[in-house]
Design a protein around this ligand. Sequence first.
Ligand SMILES: [Cu+2]
Length: 424
Amino acid sequence: MPVVFEFPRTDFAGRLFIGWTPIRGTARLTDSNDPFERREIILRNAGWQGRLWFADSYADEGASELRLTLPGDGSPVEFWMAGELMMASERYGDAIIEAVDANDFSPLGTQSLMIRVRKDANTMTAFERDRFLSTLGILNGRGFGRFTEIRDMHQNYSNGEAHGNSAFLPWHRAFILDLERELQAIDAEVTLPYWRFDAPAPNVFTRDFMGVNDDVGIVQFNPGHPLENWVTDSQLGILRRMVFDPNNAPSGPISEFETLALGGFGNTYRDFIGLEGNPHGSAHVSFRGFLANIGSAARDPLFFMLHANVDRLWAKWQWLHARHDRARQAAYTPPFFGRVGHNLDDSMWPWNGATFPPRPTLAPGGALAASQVTDLPGPQPTVAQMMDYANVRGGEDLPSGGTLGFWYDDVPYQHEAEDGELLG
Ligand SMILES: [Cu+2]
């Protein structure tokens, strides 16, 4: 094909995964014999699921098509693109950039990719659901897999690092990201779905997804389900009994609207962190079994979907109130007495391996899993590194490497300027 695309960051197999954060790409001509030729092309969507928008500069409003003029000398021409909100991919290659001739629309080149974002577990497709479950089952490996270490990171001894203090949200953001990256190392097309605990999720509490209650409180699955041999702490099965009707939302957790509204927790982090009690804690105790206690909660894979929603609420609150800047007290408030692990520049346990008091005496799991999509936050994340997960403050300085590599299907990307004003 005469038009070739290039992007700063692809995985080991040359695959391109993006989200809502704009990335810079280039297109160039490879077949011209005339260095003074200028060929008009159009970039457009040719996929059947994931949809992109394009722009010729970072600051420009995106559109579903973009006209570019490529010089005959083969030098690359820059453009910007991102996934279109709510139009994410289901699988790799269902989003395609196509370059066509601006005059006769003849095809000149394509690039397949995936717009990979976290989705609502209740509305994800059976295909997405089964891939997610299958990676989870592999990670658990009947109790012999890497999941054991992930589970051990969230124990009673983790309490002072992860709960009841400022870094509750950053710590759990890193924790579920660690799990998601482990899943993606097994299948790069998987993301961690979120369970909206304030809305009915009848498709989640089924025998082919997260299982249903039985009489003794062990979750039941269809035969052959990837989680049917789930083992944690040498015990087979997931102890969970719902105390709500699976066709309704649990009655405890306050709604997303109440969580995010100014009349709810308000627009400062100090107040917003109150969500640790309700809805977060209330969602946990909507069940008996593993989820109801800190020391056992992470034995239930539903934990990670519950926490993906807590994290999504934080992400949405950050977007609503422009709260990604570490320099602003309203975006992050360290604790009064500076408990280590909760200040902006503190590295977080267990990824930092710290075992000196007041940290726990052991640090399971090692470094945070790496990503094919980004170098951030590195093996030993700090509290502050969790804040601007989509690089809304980076602008064009960090075209691809500035994100943590995850997005939520309903949380938009919006550039946040120096003064905290929202742009774009
Ligand atoms: Cu927790």
